[in-house]
Design a protein around this ligand. Structure first.
Ligand SMILES: [Fe+2]
Ligand SMILES: [Fe+2]
Length: 201
């Protein structure tokens, strides 16, 4: 998967003075660079936990359904994303969100409940959640500079996966779910609230 954000010009030559730095253009009152990165890792770790649990909930209901293997593939990718942020939490000494137990339960419940409504509803949940996450990753990627190139590349890579998950959901007729708009907006609002909370708590 490639998207415009993952392609960057090669950085050669000794002159690095103009390189973009993390948190450039911060306003007075905005968190400092270190806090900014710490918050990113905390919220991304929480988000990947939530995503892994949503797919686990979906698999608990639809695991043996014909769509089970498609969901399993996405679940495997979420496990990789989560493992990467698990490692970063330790490496960068970031305190995980205090809300992990909530996302653990809420993610699974959301995945299982939508899957119980049927394959299309499960896919509608996937489309809504992945759209919020890919947007969130795009915003983070923009804030990260050359001093955090490794983290930025990881986020770009995961964002490409999330976009793929969203497209998989759309390809499985997510939009044909009865009440799609309402359901989608409800899940998106919940996902954005979870992001806001996990950044801070
Ligand atoms: Fe993910
Ligand atoms: Fe995903």
């Amino acid at each position: 998967m490639s998207d415009s954000n993952s392609r960057r010009p090669e950085r050669t030559g000794p002159k690095q003075t103009g390189a973009k730095q993390t948190g450039e253009g911060r306003l007075p009152g905005d968190p400092d660079r270190e806090t900014l990165v710490e918050r990113m890792i905390r919220v991304d770790h929480a988000g990947e936990l939530g995503a892994a649990r949503i797919y686990a909930g979906q698999l608990a209901v639809l695991g043996k359904h014909p769509v089970g293997d498609t969901i399993r593939h996405m679940a495997e990718q979420e496990k990789k994303h989560l493992a990467a942020f698990d490692a970063l939490i330790v490496e960068r000494r970031v305190r995980p969100t205090l809300l992990s137990p909530v996302w653990n339960a809420a993610g699974f419940a959301l995945g299982a409940a939508t899957a119980a409504m049927g394959e299309k509803a499960a896919m509608a949940c996937t489309v809504a959640v992945e759209d919020v996450i890919q947007e969130h990753y795009a915003h983070q990627s923009e804030q990260l500079g050359e001093d955090e190139a490794e983290l930025r590349d990881l986020i770009d890579e995961f964002r490409a996966d999330e976009i793929e998950h969203k497209e998989t959901g759309l390809a499985h007729d997510a939009e044909q779910t009865p009440g799609y708009r309402v359901m989608s907006e409800f899940i998106k609002a919940g996902s954005r609230a979870a992001i806001w909370l996990s950044t801070r708590i």
